[in-house]
Design a protein around this ligand. Structure first.
Ligand SMILES: [Ca+2]
Ligand SMILES: [Ca+2]
Ligand SMILES: [Ca+2]
Ligand SMILES: [Ca+2]
Length: 218
């Protein structure tokens, strides 16, 4: 499955709506207020002026909480923004099939310079794969292949090539007990196991089992 990542572009929905609110004409956002507190709670806008709303910003007074946008005018939301106080963008949701179903979440870059992307490949909002990028290059990924809440597959990449996959073959340990190594051309190199769980993998002679995935599903 290809990963469609949202860009955390500097020009967010919030910024777009704020700019529009200063502009003359019919594309100005329409505010909604809480009837009890009179706080601003929503700004809705038709930014491309086609008569259909395409930007929705949800606020707590002047603090943005969340925003949604139909950026390509097909009538379906394709970008979801999530904010933390005071107004920092923490992640952006997107739809891998552009069908209005949010299934991918791209996080802001962390202190290590890595960007995490969460995937819900069953498209039910349960995260079953997390990918970590340095720039645009995938460096590692973790998976919970059976969605029981325990990670059971770990991939490591070098220069974009899969070099190591570890599995929890029991799907109950929460740590790897099998390791497959690949060379820079993606050819299988070795298989090792850590049945006693001391973190040291010992070579085993068996060929890679047919039921073990040979590479990342990408
Ligand atoms: Ca519109
Ligand atoms: Ca759309
Ligand atoms: Ca699992
Ligand atoms: Ca061992």
């Amino acid at each position: 499955m290809s990963t469609k990542r949202a860009s955390l572009r500097a020009f967010t929905i919030i910024a777009t709506v704020i700019v529009a609110s200063c502009a003359p004409g019919g594309t100005r956002p329409v505010p909604s207020y809480d009837p009890y507190t009179s706080k601003l709670i929503q700004l809705t806008a038709d930014l491309n002026g086609d008569g259909r709303q395409d930007q929705w910003t949800f606020l707590d007074g002047n603090r943005p909480l969340r925003a949604e946008a139909d950026t390509d005018g097909d009538g379906r939301v394709d970008r979801w923004e999530y904010y933390a106080a005071p107004a920092s963008l923490v992640k952006v949701g997107s739809s891998s099939r552009s069908d209005g179903v949010e299934d991918t979440w791209t996080w802001a870059i962390d202190a290590n310079g890595e960007r995490r992307v969460d995937l819900s490949r069953a498209r039910d909002r349960a995260i079953d794969r997390r990918e970590y990028f340095q720039g645009d290059v995938l460096v590692r990924a973790d998976e919970d292949t059976d969605l029981d809440g325990l990670l059971d597959k770990w991939e490591r990449y070098e220069a974009g090539a899969l070099r190591q996959v570890e599995f929890d073959t029991t799907k109950q340990l929460g740590r790897p007990d099998r390791r497959l190594m690949y060379d820079a051309q993606g050819r299988f190199v070795s298989i090792s196991a850590d049945p006693d769980g001391d973190g040291t993998f010992e070579p085993i002679r068996e060929e890679p089992q047919k039921d073990l995935p040979q590479g990342a599903r990408r």
